[in-house]
Design a protein around this ligand. Sequence first.
Ligand code: COA
Length: 150
Amino acid sequence: MEIRQLQSDETPPMDLLLLADPSTRIVEGYLKRGQCFVAEGEGCIVAVHVLLPTRPDTIELVNVAVSERHQGKGVGKQVVRAAIEKAKQLGYATIEVGTGNSSTGQLALYQKCGFRIVGVDLDFFTRHYDEEIVENGIPCRDMIRLSQDL
Ligand code: COA
């Protein structure tokens, strides 16, 4: 599997990006402000993520998604680890990531990759998304913020 930055003349894989975030408007904002990376295997895109500079020395990992066919095989872990390495190479001091209170698998993945929970943005999803989101039988209301020193 090769992970590379998407070139400006390439079309972002919207279907995959929308797996991580149901809002086209929010995804398009991330693409405008951040760098989109794709992971390719056997000639097709299997995963995507975006690195978004937020504050001086801090970058946020957003829109991590692995195609449904390739989930549960370690691709997500490889992508998150590659994003951490890239952020280090770019000279950032901190990498952050956020996920929903109901995203139990994602919370496991990020903590296994070294992130620690640093805060909760109460009602983030209720405020920013029109449709109700439910995962694992849990209403997704709050954003769990995680961070890692590089
Ligand atoms: N439930 C429990 N644990 C899960 C999980 C789930 N649904 N999904 C991932 N994990 C954990 C596992 O514990 C695994 O650890 P292990 O290797 O020690 O067993 C670890 O995360 C990595 O799993 P991996 O196979 O690398 O994950 P993946 O390739 O399936 O990618 C996602 C994980 C979340 C990126 C992928 O499921 C996905 O694209 N989901 C839809 C989009 C999304 O939710 N993006 C994140 C937005 S915050």
